[in-house]
Design a protein around this ligand. Structure first.
Ligand code: 5AD
Length: 329
C-alpha cells in the first residue's frame, strides 16, 4: 500500500466500509481468535522527558513506585492461572531496572510455564537486548511515537529518533517479535505524517503494531493541546490492518479509556488483541501516563482479565488459548 492510498482511505473512505474491509482482512489473515495479553506496569520511574507523558521525569507531583521481583512474579502467576499466556512487562525508563535485573525477572516469569514474555522497557544498547533475549524474552514493544523528525525532536528532549530506529532494527535482528506504532493527534502532526507512520511500521515488517490517540495530561507541557480524534484514531487502526494484514494489532487502551465499548468497535475493525492491566491496585493509579487510563475507586479492585473475557464472550468470538505468537511470514 502506498502513501496516496493510505491518505485516500483515511480521508475519503466511508467509515463503515473501511471498518468492514479491515474486519474482513483480519478474519482472513488472523482468524477469529482474540488474544488476551496481561500487562504488568512494574515501575513508573522514568528518566525521559517525553512532553506528552504523565510519567515524564519532571512530573514531581507523581508518587513513584517500583514493584519488587516477588510482586511481579506473583502477579504473573495469578494471570497465568487465569489462562493468560503472554505477560507484558512495561515500565518507564528506570535505571534501577537494568538489563541484569530485567533478565532475572524474565527468567522468573518464564519459569511459570509456557508463557511468552514481552518487554516494553524502552531504549537499551544492543548488548542489553541480547542479554534479555538470551534470558528468554520473546517479544519487545517500542513505539516510534512519531516518524516526523521535527515533532519527534520537539517532544522528546534528550532522545534521538535515530537511536530509537537503531533499537527497533536491533530487536528484529536479535529475533524478538517486535512491535511499534505511533501516537495520533500530536500537536503539529498531519495526515501525511500518520501515513508515514503506517508505512514505517509496514516497511519494518513488524509482528505487532499499535496506533493510539494522544490524550493530553494536565501535568505535562502539552496539557492545553487538543488530543487525538476518536473516530480518526479508529480509522487509523483499520487502515493499519489493511496495510499490515497479519500483524497482531491490539485495541488501544487509550481508545478504550474514552468509552469501554471501543474495545468492541476496535475488535470489529481490525484489532485482534486485548491487553488486561494486571498492575496491582496499590500501584495502578500511579501509572498515570494519560488521564482516565487507570481505574479508580472500586473499579480498581475489579478483575481486568475477567472483564475482558466477558467483552470477548459478548462479541461471540473465541478466546485464544495459545501464546499467540507472530503470524507474519
Ligand atoms: N496519550 C496517549 N498515549 C500516551 N503514551 C504516553 N503518553 C501518552 C498520552 N498522553 C503512550 C506512548 C508510550 C506508551 C507506553 O504510552 O505511546 O509508548
Amino acid at each position: 500500500m502506498d502513501k496516496d492510498r493510505i491518505i485516500h482511505l483515511l480521508v475519503n473512505e466511508e467509515t463503515d466500509s473501511l471498518f468492514q474491509k479491515a474486519d474482513d482482512v483480519r478474519r482472513k489473515h488472523c482468524g477469529d481468535e482474540i488474544h488476551l495479553r496481561g500487562i504488568i506496569e512494574y515501575s513508573n520511574h522514568c528518566r525521559c522527558l517525553c512532553a506528552y507523558c504523565g510519567l515524564f521525569a519532571d512530573n514531581h507531583d507523581l508518587p513513584r513506585y517500583r514493584m519488587n521481583q516477588e510482586q511481579i512474579l506473583e502477579t504473573a502467576l495469578k494471570a497465568f492461572n487465569q489462562g493468560v499466556r503472554t505477560i507484558v512487562l512495561q515500565g518507564g525508563e528506570d535505571t534501577h531496572f537494568n538489563a541484569d535485573l530485567l533478565c532475572e525477572i524474565i527468567q522468573d516469569v518464564k519459569s511459570i510455564g509456557d508463557v511468552a514474555v514481552t518487554l516494553s522497557s524502552g531504549e537499551f544498547p544492543r548488548d542489553d537486548y541480547q542479554k534479555m533475549r538470551d534470558a528468554g524474552a520473546d517479544r519487545y514493544l517500542l513505539k516510534i511515537e512519531t516518524t516526523n523528525p521535527e515533532i519527534y525532536k520537539r517532544l522528546h528532549p534528550g532522545l534521538s529518533q535515530e537511536n530509537r530506529i537503531r533499537c527497533l532494527h536491533d530487536l528484529k535482528e536479535l529475533g524478538f517479535q517486535t512491535g511499534s506504532g505511533a501516537l495520533i493527534g500530536l500537536p503539529g502532526q498531519t495526515i501525511e505524517d500518520i501515513a508515514d507512520d503506517i508505512l514505517f511500521c509496514a516497511n519494518l515488517n513488524l509482528d505487532m503494531v499499535t496506533f493510539s490517540p494522544f490524550i493530553p495530561h494536565p501535568g505535562t507541557p502539552l496539557a492545553k493541546e487538543s488530543g487525538g480524534d476518536w473516530l480518526f484514531s479508529h480509522k487509523v487502526l483499520a487502515v493499519s490492518r489493511l496495510a499490515m494484514p497479519d500483524a497482531h494489532i491490539p485495541c488501544s487502551t487509550a481508545l478504550a479509556s474514552i468509552t469501554p465499548d471501543d474495545y468492541k468497535t476496535s475488535l470489529k475493525s481490525g484489532a485482534n488483541v486485548v491487553m488486561a492491566d494486571l498492575t496491582p491496585p496499590e500501584f495502578v493509579e500511579y501509572y498515570d501516563i494519560y488521564p482516565g487510563k487507570a481505574p479508580t475507586g472500586d473499579k480498581k479492585e475489579r478483575d481486568a482479565v475477567q472483564r475482558l473475557k466477558n467483552i470477548i464472550a459478548e462479541l461471540g468470538r473465541p478466546l485464544a488459548v495459545n501464546r499467540g505468537d507472530s503470524l507474519i511470514q
